[in-house]
Ligand binder design. Sequence first.
Ligand code: MN
Length: 582
Amino acid sequence: MTTLETAVSPRRPARAPARGAPPGPPPDEAVAPLLALHAAQRPGSDLTPLRRAYEVAERMHHGQTRKSGEPFVTHPLAVATILAELGLDTTTLVAALLHDTVEDTAYTLTELRADFGAEVGVLVDGVTKLDGHRWGERAEAETYRKIVLAAAADLRVLVIKLADRLHNLRTLGAQPPHKRARIARATHELYVPFAERLGIHVLKREMDDLAFAAGDPAGYAAAERAVRVALRDPAAAFGPALARVRASLDAHGVPGDLSVRRSHLYAVHRATGGDVAGLRACQVARLQLIVDGPDRDCYIALGAVHAALHPIPGQVRDFIAMPKDNLYRSLHSRVITPDGDPVEVIIRSAAAHPVAEYGIVAHIRDAGTVADAVTGRRDLEWLGRLLAWQRGASSAEFLEGLRAGLSDGSIAVCAPSGQLITLPAGATALDVAYALGPATGDHCIGALVNGRHAALSAEVRSGSVVQVLTDPAAAPSPGWLDSAVTPAARTRVRTWPERRHGPEYAGRAALARAFAARRRDLPAAEARGDALAAARALGHGDPGPMYRALHEGTLRLADLLDRFPAPVRAPDSGGDDRGTSR
Ligand code: MN
């Protein structure tokens, strides 16, 4: 029953560009393996839409090649194949085949909707990058925001995006080194955390290792060698421990599947800080026990493991009573092997196992409808929080907050109700208040941390019980920004005056910030009558409705700025119109 996980290693880099790219196989032949895979994974599926989608993708991408020299259509086909392997539904695979058509070919979203329906339209639109020309330097941040908003309607958008990134990583060898490094960094910063938050560990592990290999080839080679050497003889390293645990499980009457699981290379690299020389087997692998029965049998199994191998104090973590953000449910412990080595043990039920490996994909796979994909999101509290705070955030704030929110190193505190709140390290009582809800945050006045009074600025520690004190008359003040760490809190505090005074005020504040960023002065421009002139040119009687339109997004900031005359350049002011007068 003991199995050793097969090695996870990056695929061989794609071939060097061939001169005069060979034509691909005929469409029927090229798409056949995908159809067979999908039919095997989801018997009874109608394969016609997949055939049609491949035909359209093949036709629209015709003549385009990848860096490797292969026809471009091999990329969407590979992305669809990754998703078919995960057992996803036909609509997701159709969208995957078409995912680059709207971005890179003449095919429009309108045509796509007419040909394949609204559901495919939502998915393809969600993964389509925003036009760099129109959005300029904000394009990257706003593209991520667009993906997150689309994922709120349908989580399959994020799953397609992850499969897209995975295939690009698998074929990274064809890219120049500087591009490889940039893609590796973005993968670790954003895509891996997204995969982790969605619980799709199979994608996360492969992306982790591919990005590791691309960003740090020497470190990767060292980790690969060290793990190979450490696991030369797994039977000798783990045999005695496995025998004892099996006997104990039998004695406790808990049947299950016990195996040795190799850690992926990037995890080993991180855990050792890159110092991988002379690693022992127990440092690069762990024991995994999948219990046949329900969750409660996992606790009996934990007792059986601890009876067989001495537990290390303080190392039990119960992710069944307190599931992780990504719905992961398991028990973790560390025990001492008969050879005196500490080793990690993970115990979960057979029902929880697919979710531990595939996360949200396991939910979508079983449901397979938009409605259920949306339901899946309700379990993902972090996505709800992300959607809530992003509303008031600028592009830069959004990207910064997204990176910070997705990075690990988080702490967890408890509300008196028992509600668990996950926050970034360094978070304060004020952050806890906003995590409990915007109204709690806006009206908070202090907190009781483990029963003792604490200021809103007090940093909270993991494991504390935090009760937030509120007063209906209290309101955010600018000074709170010094205490706010999470984007949720920062955004709410920063936008308080605008929320309080309405959309005109908010629009004017946004314009004033844009002016200030250009070292210009909005009040001065208003005093000169420039704002009134701009408002009249836009068909408004006064600047109020113009500011409201700016806040509501019907008027673009860049367009409005263009309507203000350029600052008069005073001989000695260096282009700064602050304080100049006419
Ligand atoms: Mn793509």
